[in-house]
Write a protein that binds this ligand. Structure first.
Ligand code: PLP
Length: 398
């Protein structure tokens, strides 16, 4: 499927104006040259230059950068870690997309307190269920997770007085399982190669735990649209605001589909021209389903958190414009490039998202789009895998 390229002029956001002014201050271009290159009035560019110089001088003179009230909000003082969930930084990618004439911005979700985008989910699902009585005081949270949702739920269990039991597939990293046990989550590791209808499969083990646990609440992150809602209410609006309302593409991995669907819905409501591209690993059934509406045979793969061997109800296919298929090797190389080139310590699914961005850039063929992406978790969870040369070499991935 060919991705449609948006042909609209790039807006002069404050960030782009600042870039242009910096190039003038560094002597790389004159006001006239910048204006001429972009078809602008030189007076307008001169105005930006004057404004930025004044702002810089005011900062040097010790003038308060913002109103006092705004400063208080920026201090981010939290009564517990749940209040530190969300409002993650958006960081521009530089060397990893060198030569691209547009802009790529990544939302660093590993800066959530438990280290992943799924903290948003843990908080939202538990607060919702506690509010309407599906989750009783002192109940037990039960979930099937690649590890990160389990951490988000575990955070809520510690702080709100619940137990938490989860099933993870055996491809989940040791670091994640150790972190889960460190916060008191009870973890059952399941053979991920078993087909969904096998009695010991991921899906069946969860059914058993729910059946056997009194007071169990199973949020069912794969099929519960409250998952998407968490991102529609928080991740999407944050991204929109941080991008100054100018997004051409959003590129993200898809596991349950909650992140990409929730963010896509919000962005497309604000601007229907936004295109959304999902990244799916070779071996997952999602990409083929998107292209043919048929379910192919799943195959094993190593990247954690993305794809699946069966469909789930949180993926909102009508919000997704294209699906790119990523190999483990490219996802892992992407994560290593992020660390080495832009000092961003992100996990394998972030590497997959970066690969998707690079593939999009290739297809854009010089068009200077504004691309947003999202990095779900951090490199620390994969030191024994993605960042371990021996582990990669043994699997022929180095
Ligand atoms: C590391 C990682 N990346 C990406 C995802 C995908 O996010 P979503 O389930 O919202 O599609 C997950 C989900 O578990 C994950 O753990």
């Amino acid at each position: 499927m060919v991705t449609q390229v948006l042909k609209r002029p790039q807006p002069w956001t404050p960030a782009r104006q600042a870039d242009a002014v910096l190039s003038i201050l560094r002597g790389e271009a004159t006001v006239e040259e910048v204006a001429g290159a972009h078809g602008l009035d030189p007076g307008e560019v001169e105005g930006w230059r004057a404004r930025f110089l004044e702002a810089g001088a005011a900062a040097l003179a010790g003038a308060p950068p913002r109103a006092a009230g705004a400063m208080r909000g920026d201090r981010r003082v939290c009564r517990d870690v749940t209040e530190a969930v969300g409002r993650t930084p958006l960081v521009r990618l530089n060397r990893v997309v060198e030569g691209f004439p547009g802009e790529v911005w990544a939302k660093l979700e590993f800066m959530n307190p438990m280290g992943s985008v799924k903290d948003r989910l843990g908080k939202h699902l538990v607060e919702r269920a506690a509010a309407d009585g599906r989750l009783a005081p002192g109940g037990t949270l039960v979930e099937a997770s690649s590890g990160n949702t389990a951490m988000g739920l575990g955070m809520m269990a510690v702080l709100r007085g619940y137990r938490c039991k989860v099933a993870v597939r055996d491809r989940t990293s040791k670091e994640k399982v150790d972190a889960l046990r460190a916060i008191g989550v009870e973890v059952e590791v399941v053979d991920g190669a078993l087909p969904p209808d096998h009695p010991e499969s991921y899906a069946r083990v969860i059914e058993r735990i729910v059946r056997e646990t009194p007071g169990a609440y199973f949020p069912d992150q794969h099929n519960n649209r409250e998952n998407n809602e968490a991102h529609y209410l928080t991740t999407g609006p944050e991204l929109w605001e941080q991008m100054d309302g100018e997004v051409d593409y959003f590129v993200a991995g898809m596991g349950t589909g909650g992140t990409i669907s929730g963010v896509a819905r919000y962005l497309k409501e604000r601007d229907p021209r936004v295109k959304v591209i999902a990244v799916d690993p070779v071996g997952s059934v999602f990409a083929e389903y998107f292209r043919t509406r048929r379910l192919g045979a799943p195959a094993p793969y190593l990247v954690e958190g993305l794809g699946d061997d069966s469909l789930c109800a949180c993926v909102e296919w009508d919000l997704i414009d294209d699906v790119f298929t990523v190999r483990d090797r490219d996802a892992f190389q992407g994560a290593r490039d992020l660390a080495r080139d832009d000092a961003i310590l992100a996990g394998g699914s972030s590497g997959a998202a970066l690969w998707g961005v690079r593939e999009l850039i290739r297809r854009l063929d010089g068009f200077p789009a504004r691309i947003a992406t999202l990095f779900p978790d951090g490199a620390g969870r994969y030191m024994s895998k993605v960042f371990n040369d021996d582990w990669l070499a043994t699997r022929g991935l180095l």
